[in-house]
Design a protein around this ligand. Structure first.
Ligand code: FAD
Length: 478
């Protein structure tokens, strides 16, 4: 191992190869503090060539690699296993904005740029890069692509997967694939880049990407709307899309318990109504054209919806500061829930039309077996994605709560499957759902996934123990 460490130091420099426990500690625990791993070293190269050298050196030594971006993932994908065999590959020093092609509406960036830096580079060029998450100040674009991140504007612009035209990837044997094409049309065989997007670092290391840019937004209208129930929310979405079309750029639902946690733990949060609504939606309309009366458009739809009993109360932001205050309510939920303590997270997707049924049936089934469980439901209802989280009942201790996780997962995930949904809408599988997914994917689907893994990484050195259980070939459903 000393030989490998010496090679890593030659490549990245001694300052960027960490081996002391206190230096490595931040890289060995996930954002939620749920997974704790161990590693031989953390290495932080600064160029693609250095990444390739690190990967080759590890491949020669038979040492696994765990790519890590901003370490904000919620499934333990970036945390090494506890066996301490792996090297963590920190990507934050690959942070150059490589090239802007304004006429082609593309931006080529290193994988270690923060999402916020990518958004700022697009804005400086009078364009929009629309991926937007509450963690955007710390997550890295390579991590966003590796998890196929979603966020609050998927409704209009799609997931990370839909925002990429080209990739550069270091393969598990250390070779570099330069697929940094800026083409919107390219039918020359398999779309290889899509294999790496959402692969959670199990097939290779993304080192750079060509991203799609969109027109900058010049008008925006934001509202916080109290609705009687999720069914009304879905109907309101239909009205908005009918009247405002693609201008509906965000449509987020927030259940009362989620809002209450934010009001309890986030000092800057202010409820726009005198009482937290049972259900609220954060609606945003936006357009590239300036001064087109979006507030009036939004007001008209909300009035119509109120006449139909779909809206109980609403406030439309009168300034950017007010709009940001409304967004704080939505974007602070994960943080507030973390401060509150342990939670069981379900990041699920079902068809938008079935969200109300999911909430009713999942809530009833859980409460029947687990009186007092606190359901904290919120999320991207506009694209059928809910964060259906459970917080510990006040009277229950942590150990009992953790013990009940498998039972709760079974209830929620089985219902999701019945409704034609997904048990991981946008966070990935990581360690958290690696085994759980075996219950919901067919043997055929798992066989195809394993064949891809085998083709790219036959020695299983890329992020082992994440996403896919390569040890259980027979698992899966018929
Ligand atoms: P990491 O956590 O470092 O890594 C995630 C996975 O990708 C790991 O498996 C890792 O091995 C792999 N990986 C990282 N970089 C590379 C690379 N360059 N090449 C290959 N593999 C790599 N997610 C959403 O989708 N939508 C949300 O709305 C959302 N909101 C969030 C809000 C908060 C407050 C927090 C803390 C997280 C949120 N997330 C959300 C989850 C998380 O921010 C995203 O998954 C993000 O995309 C992860 O990026 P990262 O750089 O932190 O990746």
């Amino acid at each position: 191992m000393n030989e490998l460490l010496a090679a890593l130091v030659r490549t990245a420099g001694a300052d960027h190869v960490l081996t002391a426990p206190e230096d490595m500690a931040p890289f060995l625990t996930d954002w939620r503090g749920r997974y704790h791993g161990a590693a031989l070293a953390v290495v932080k190269p600064s160029t693609t060539a250095q990444v390739a050298e690190v990967v080759s050196a590890c491949a020669q030594a038979g040492v696994p690699i765990v790519p890590q971006g901003g370490n904000t993932g919620l499934c333990g994908g970036a945390t090494p296993l506890a066996d301490g065999r792996a090297v963590v590959l920190g990507l934050s020093r690959l942070d150059r904005i490589r090239a802007l092609d304004a006429d082609n509406d593309t931006l080529c960036v290193d994988a270690g740029c923060t999402l916020a830096a990518v958004q700022q580079a697009a804005a400086a060029a009078g364009r929009l890069f629309p991926l937007a998450l509450a963690s955007e100040g710390s997550c890295l674009i390579g991590g966003n692509l590796s998890t196929n991140a979603g966020g609050v504007q998927v409704l209009r612009y799609g997931n990370a997967r839909e925002l990429v035209l080209g990739l550069e990837v270091v393969l598990p044997d250390g070779r570099v694939w330069n697929g940094l094409r800026g083409l919107r049309k390219d039918n020359t065989g398999y779309d290889l880049k899509q294999l790496f997007i959402g692969a959670e670092g199990t097939l290779g290391v993304i080192t750079a990407a060509v991203l799609k840019l969109f027109p900058a937004i010049r008008s925006r209208a934001t509202a916080w709307v109290a609705v009687p129930d999720p069914r009304a929310a879905v109907r309101l979405l239909g009205l908005l899309r009918g009247d405002c079309g693609e201008r509906v750029s965000a449509f987020e639902i927030v259940g009362r318990s989620a809002l209450e946690l934010v009001l309890k733990h986030i000092p800057s949060a202010r409820n726009p109504f005198s009482q937290p609504a049972r259900w609220a939606v954060l609606v945003e309309l936006s357009d590239a054209a300036a001064d087109i009366g979006l507030e009036t458009m939004l007001q008209d739809v909300l009035s119509l919806a109120a006449e139909q009993g779909l809206v109980e109360d609403a406030v439309i932001a009168a300034s950017l500061a007010q709009a940001q205050a409304l967004w704080t309510l939505r974007e602070s939920i994960s943080e507030a829930q973390r401060i509150e303590g342990l939670s069981i997270k379900h990041d699920i997707a079902v068809p938008v039309s079935r969200i109300p049924e999911f909430l009713e049936r999942a809530g009833a089934a859980l409460r029947a077996v687990w009186p007092g469980v606190r359901i904290v439901a919120f999320g991207h209802i506009g694209d059928g994605n809910l964060h259906f989280n459970l917080s510990r009942p006040a009277a229950e201790d942590n150990a009992v709560f953790i013990e009940r996780t498998p039972e709760a997962n079974r209830i929620v995930h089985d219902l999701v499957a019945t409704l034609g949904g997904s048990i991981s809408a946008e966070h990935g599988l990581g360690q958290l759902k690696r085994d759980e997914i075996l219950r919901y994917k067919s043997v055929v689907e798992l066989d195809m996934m394993r064949a891809i893994k085998q083709a790219f990484d036959p020695r299983g050195l890329m992020n082992p123990g994440k996403l896919l259980d390569t040890e259980r070939p027979g698992a899966g459903t018929d």
